[in-house]
Design a protein around this ligand. Structure first.
Ligand SMILES: [Zn+2]
Length: 464
């Protein structure tokens, strides 16, 4: 049991009230609200009140003058007095939140932080203000209990996570020395319906593109379809060559850079639970890819590539009919990438694929790209986090990667150390949806778990 366990229980009211303060400052990054900076200042103040040295970091003053708003990063640090040359842990979190809309579906004001029994409700209650507070308080409790922290601790709390962490790479590069560390605890971590924390060791990458087809220089009368090609058909034909009906991508060399799963990773995937029939029932599906081969389906979920059409537009889509032959057609595509694919290279392969299939006229636009990251399952830091979680939760679940995308690659690549996801977010806590909540019992357990991690990390030799 961690040194701080009893303080977590006796001080829980203060943790809750500080979390409520955070929820009450709406920090919706999508709306570029002024309250974003106010929220950053509040995070910094809470850190200072908890004994953590804190400051706001900016990217570039000239950017501010040019009115391009870049949210500040809140940086926090506590050096261990007894172990200053020991290891350093970095907590990555974010203070921005998703928009609360549709407001009418909330039972209460989304920014009230209202308590209802074991639940604290509000936008950001779990994602990510709840996660953040468990980490700040774990550090505070060590300082109060022992006057010191077992290992050096750093915080990086950004304000643009919910809009794609667009300046994080620049921040990490600029402040690389300040952020230097030996292990990173990722911003989120789920707890499943059996009360087991899910330790997740990776994130998929992402390539987002636009595909444009253009034929005539203006929209035409559709009788001219006897003579003139339709860009929507042109686009459909081009898209059809990219992926087959079973989801397999048909672009030459697309999978060349994929890193194979290790035997340990395959075993971890085998042990993960996935109930295909309840998944189908939940989403009203009568078929999912690879449903006859459970292991293949699970492998695809955590480590498979995808090609998804996220938007299609051309012609007239209003009421009734309009016999128009449109002049343009456009599709938005996203491709999930896995280690070690690089977005720019995959984009080039897509371009070559279209050219080689006589679609040189189709225009491609690179919208955004992020590489994937996967931390080796036998890394010592992974083992330490697992042991720490086991002490609080009993059982834990390990997952080789989340199916989603996040900026883990930048941390891993720039700071050169492992990242592990572990946290307090109940799987069904409605993050990004109306009536988001966090469970108070999980806030307590997770704060204790963070205490275990800090303690064990302090006990590891720096050269280990
Ligand atoms: Zn989120």
């Amino acid at each position: 049991m961690t040194l701080i366990a009893s303080r977590v229980d006796s001080d829980i009211e203060r943790l809750i009230s500080q979390l409520q303060q955070l929820i009450r400052v709406p920090s919706v990054s999508a709306k570029k609200q002024l309250t974003l900076t106010k929220c950053a200042e509040l995070v910094s103040k809470i850190m200072s009140d908890c004994g953590i040295t804190s400051e706001l970091l900016k990217l570039d003053d000239t950017l501010d003058r040019n009115s391009e708003q870049v949210s500040p990063i809140v940086y926090g640090e506590v050096k261990s007095k007894s172990n200053p040359n020991g290891r350093t842990i970095l907590f990555y979190n974010h203070y921005d939140v998703q928009p609360a809309e549709p407001i009418e579906l909330w039972h209460d004001d989304p920014f009230s932080g209202k308590i209802d029994g074991n639940f604290i409700c509000g936008r950001g209650a779990s994602d990510d203000k709840g996660e953040l507070i468990t980490r700040i308080k774990a550090v505070e409790y060590f300082l109060k209990e022992t006057g010191d922290v077992p290992c050096n601790v750093k915080f990086l709390v950004e304000g643009e996570e919910e809009i794609g962490s667009s300046h994080l790479e620049q921040y990490l590069t600029k402040y690389r020395n300040k952020f230097s560390c030996d292990g990173i605890i990722w911003e989120f971590g789920y707890v499943d319906e059996h009360e087991r924390p899910i330790i997740s060791l990776g994130m998929k990458g992402l390539l987002c593109v636009e595909v444009h087809a253009k034929c005539a220089n203006v929209d035409l009368h559709s009788s001219l379809a006897a003579l003139v090609e339709n860009p929507a058909w042109r686009l459909v034909h081009a898209l059809k060559t990219i992926r087959d009906e079973n989801g397999k991508i048909n672009i030459k060399n697309w999978n060349s850079d994929i890193r194979d799963f290790t035997p340990e990773e395959l075993e971890c995937i085998r042990q993960e639970e996935f109930d295909i029939s309840s998944f189908k029932k939940n989403y009203g599906l009568d078929h999912v890819f690879n449903e006859d081969d459970l292991q293949e389906a699970k492998k695809a979920n955590v480590g498979g590539v995808t090609s998804n059409i996220s938007g299609l537009f051309s012609g007239y889509i209003g009421e009734g009919s309009k016999t128009v032959l449109p002049s343009t057609a456009m599709a938005k595509l996203d491709f999930r990438l896995v280690p070690d694919m690089m977005p720019q290279k995959q984009f080039q392969l897509l371009r070559e694929h279209l050219d080689n299939n006589d679609f040189q006229d189709i225009q491609l636009k690179f919208v955004s790209g992020e590489p994937a990251c996967r931390i080796p399952i036998d890394d010592n830091f992974v083992k330490l986090v697992e042991a720490s979680a086991r002490e609080e939760y009993g059982q834990v679940v390990k997952s080789v990667s989340s199916a989603g995308t996040g900026p883990m690659w930048y941390f891993n690549n720039i700071l050169r150390c492992p990242c592990v996801s572990i946290g307090c977010t109940f799987k069904y806590s409605r993050i990004h949806s109306p009536n988001e909540f966090v469970r108070i019992d999980l806030l307590k357990k997770t704060t204790k778990c963070m205490g275990n991690i800090i303690e064990k990390f302090g006990n590891t030799a720096a050269n280990n």
